[in-house]
Design a protein around this ligand. Structure first.
Ligand code: FE2
Length: 453
């Protein structure tokens, strides 16, 4: 028993790889949910105690749905060299192929990629076996963020690689066929930790917060809060000449782990939203992530949604906290990535006053309405993945898929919520408790057409 918060309770790692078929379903699974929900988490092998939550090797959990049935569940470690102890850093520099690959999993051009921001992605088969490190046929020359963005209009994949050492920030675009067509080092970037970013129809939006390279941090993740690290938002036009035109706008100190979305409003201003922590909130999360003695307070307890409105002509930034609920893991209907969205979803956490609890939150940005689906005592939902309904006409005509860790029953379920009403339509009972984790994606079968794996 290590006592590390990221190895206990909801986060207790799975000890093996399993496969189960013909899962029990309560309610009615919509038949258009034909595909796979794949969710990643940090899940070190038994006997291994990572020095930071993020250093735990990745494990993907997959749930295969088809025509109203839940055909299988399987969990697999992402078999990278790091799983067997290979170091990230060698005498020759960082080893980009030694990833934990434990942060996210996405699909692009029919390829499934397990992601971690410090390394190359790792390709998976549709049955979650590991193919190996993937470098876009040699065109990826840096690490790759765990939060690439698929442009719903062009099908392009926009992403970046960041590093605590120069070059600090490299931007990439892969076309809908998966070929990197453009990359550029971004001038003016610093070592500030960049976990996520955003795109709009015409711009790319980078965020540099108050957390930056700290060579004295010994958890294995070399970052820390610095008051003298300027917090900024970088806005650059999309396209091959964009990097040279990036403009940086100072903002208040903070750390923005995830962006909810960004878009250009009717006045041409850039609007960006996402959960943000102040210095105290960052340290609270960091202490949990490193398992600091006596510091077991829930991470995200001081994470509040913030909005930045950047006027490119007046050269001003209006910024404000827009909700008092502690939330993280923002999601939306991905068809609205880069465009003004009405609905946004998130996971709520108990805050540092003990107010609130675990739940799935829906925001209506038009009416200001906020609704919470409480998942129950000792139950922790994962990121709510939005899947459109067949024939959807409204932005919220769809479903939210979340994997719930249930400590009392020592079990997990896939919960399917109607995204419009935020009520359950189906529950899939999983054969084991799924380690609480980080990000995941819904991969419809059509996306894997042509995938040979
Ligand atoms: Fe993330």
């Amino acid at each position: 028993m290590t006592g590390k918060p990221y190895l206990t309770g909801h986060y207790t790692p799975a000890v093996d790889e399993t496969t189960a078929t013909r899962l029990t379903v309560e309610g009615i699974l919509p038949p258009e949910l034909t595909g796979r929900l794949i969710r990643n988490s940090h899940n070190p092998k038994p006997g291994i105690t990572p020095t930071h939550w993020f250093k735990g090797s990745g494990m993907v959990h997959g749930i295969r749905l088809r025509d109203g049935h839940a055909e299988w569940y399987r969990n697999r470690w992402v078999h990278t060299p790091a799983l067997d102890g290979a170091p990230y850093m060698t005498d020759a520099g960082p080893d980009l192929t030694a990833s934990t690959a434990g942060t996210h999993v996405i699909e692009h051009a029919g390829r499934l990629l397990a992601l971690c921001e410090a390394n190359f992605p790792f390709e998976l088969t549709r049955d979650l076996d590991t193919v190996g490190a993937y470098d876009f046929n040699g065109r990826l020359r840096s690490a790759m963020t765990a939060h690439p963005k698929t442009d719903p209009v062009t099908g392009e994949l926009h992403f970046f690689g960041s590093s605590p050492l120069p070059p600090f920030l490299t931007y990439y675009v892969a076309d809908a066929k998966g070929e990197i067509t453009h990359s550029a080092e971004i001038p003016g970037a610093t070592a500030s930790l960049k976990h996520d970013f955003a795109i709009t129809r015409h711009h790319v939006v980078f965020v540099e917060g108050s957390v930056t390279f700290d060579p004295n941090e010994h958890s294995g993740i070399p970052y820390g809060w610095r008051d003298d690290q300027p917090a900024r938002i970088g806005v650059m036009p999309r396209g091959p000449q964009g990097a040279g035109k990036i403009r940086w706008f100072p903002i208040a100190p903070g750390n923005i782990l995830h962006t909810a979305n960004a878009y250009e409003d009717a006045q041409g201003r850039i609007v960006l939203e996402g959960p943000t922590v102040d210095r105290e909130g960052f340290h609270l999360s960091w202490n949990w992530w490193v398992g600091a003695p006596g510091r077991s307070t829930e991470p995200n307890a001081r994470s509040r949604t913030r909005r930045w409105t950047i006027d490119l002509v007046a050269v001003t930034v209006d910024e404000r906290t827009i909700d008092d609920l502690a939330v993280e893991f923002p999601t939306l209907n991905d068809e609205f990535i880069g465009a003004e969205h009405r609905y946004q979803y998130a996971v709520s956490f108990p805050d540092h006053h003990g107010f609130g609890g675990y739940g799935i939150v829906k925001y209506d940005r038009l009416t200001g309405d906020r609704r919470v689906h409480e998942v129950g005592d000792a139950r922790l939902p994962s990121e709510a993945v939005y899947v459109p309904a067949a024939g959807a006409t409204n932005e919220d005509d769809g479903y939210l898929l979340t994997v719930v860790s249930d400590l009392k029953q020592d079990a997990s379920q896939l919960l399917v919520l109607n995204a419009s009403r935020l009520d359950p339509v189906a529950t899939v009972h999983l054969p084991r408790r799924v380690t609480a984790g980080i990000h995941g994606s819904w991969i419809p079968d059509a996306a894997l057409d042509g995938n040979q794996n």
